[in-house]
Design a protein around this ligand. Structure first.
Ligand SMILES: O=C(O)CCC(=O)C(=O)O
Length: 275
């Protein structure tokens, strides 16, 4: 099953994304499509999550927030078809307002049954590219009930750029929760999701997620895109240096973010096959 680019971002979705830095795009994949891809994704997530075997007594906030498996598309052809899907990439490009997007990387994030909250953070803290040129699609791989929910976003924070907080941790939670409280920053949650519903957020959009008080895992698959033409910036943190080596192998500051690991997933000319 190919995930065709048969879905354009609507005017309201584009406005919401540009104003708030995030948007929910419901039914981006159908239940049947998720049913086809989810088993491979969840099997690979289980196998590849680097923090899956941390014993409960030794788990930190990050391990309790989610099991994280990176680069699933390079391990399995079916997952590659999902991650490379033109349907998702087209919506990402339209939300960002660019002609094309490339893969930055993919990751599965499984909040385990009984798992903890995901602290407030900005993704672009980790990235050796401008956060304003990058966008994450986060898709529910199973129905997610309201008591678990999807992410919570601090509206409009993408327009503030780097808010100079720390990496995902108890410290980032404290730092950003205080900024939100002191600045009375509005937040929005997209709540319960059906399998195949997605959210998109910009690289600097401040976000978090609640805990999972249920006895079922909350599986999510993410694809992170960079605008075609984005260049690598000079890393200022070790986390950015690590990302550069992992996701843009061989690239140096000033190079286009376009290594063999960053294929063009949507670009000029591909629109002709869209309905
Ligand atoms: O899935 C989560 O709990 C958090 C996801 C997240 O922070 C992201 O995709 O950027």
């Amino acid at each position: 099953m190919e995930l065709q680019p048969d879905r354009a971002a609507t005017r309201d979705e584009i406005r919401c994304f540009r104003e708030q830095g995030h948007v929910a795009v419901r039914s981006l994949a159908s239940a049947d499509e998720v049913a086809e891809f989810a088993p491979s994704i969840l099997e690979a997530a289980d196998l590849l999550a680097w923090n899956r075997n941390v014993p409960p007594g030794e788990q930190g906030t990050y391990d309790r927030a989610f099991h994280q498996a990176i680069g699933l598309c390079w391990h399995d052809e079916a997952i590659r078809r999902f991650v490379f899907a033109a349907r998702f990439a087209r919506v990402a490009a339209e939300l960002l307002g660019v002609d094309g997007v490339r893969l930055y990387h993919d990751q599965a994030l499984v909040k385990r049954a009984g798992g903890g909250a995901t602290p407030w953070h900005q993704d672009a803290y980790y990235w050796p590219v401008d956060g304003g040129s990058a966008i994450t699609m986060w898709m529910a791989m199973a129905d997610i009930p309201p008591e678990v929910g999807s992410m919570v976003f601090a509206d409009g924070t993408h327009l503030r750029g780097d808010m100079r907080g720390p990496a995902i941790s108890d410290e980032s939670e404290g730092y950003f929760a205080l900024l939100i409280a002191e600045g009375a920053l509005p937040t929005s949650a997209h709540g319960a999701m059906q399998a195949g519903d997605a959210t998109f957020h910009e690289g600097w959009t401040l976000h978090s997620a609640g805990p999972n008080p249920t006895d079922r895992d909350r599986p999510a698959m993410t694809v992170i895109y960079v605008a075609d033409g984005t260049t690598v910036i000079e890393p200022e943190r070790d986390e950015q240096r690590l990302d550069l080596a992992l996701y843009l192998p061989g690239a140096v500051p000033g190079d286009p973010a376009a290594t063999e690991r960053n294929p063009l997933l949507w670009g000029s000319g591909m629109g002709e096959i869209a309905s």
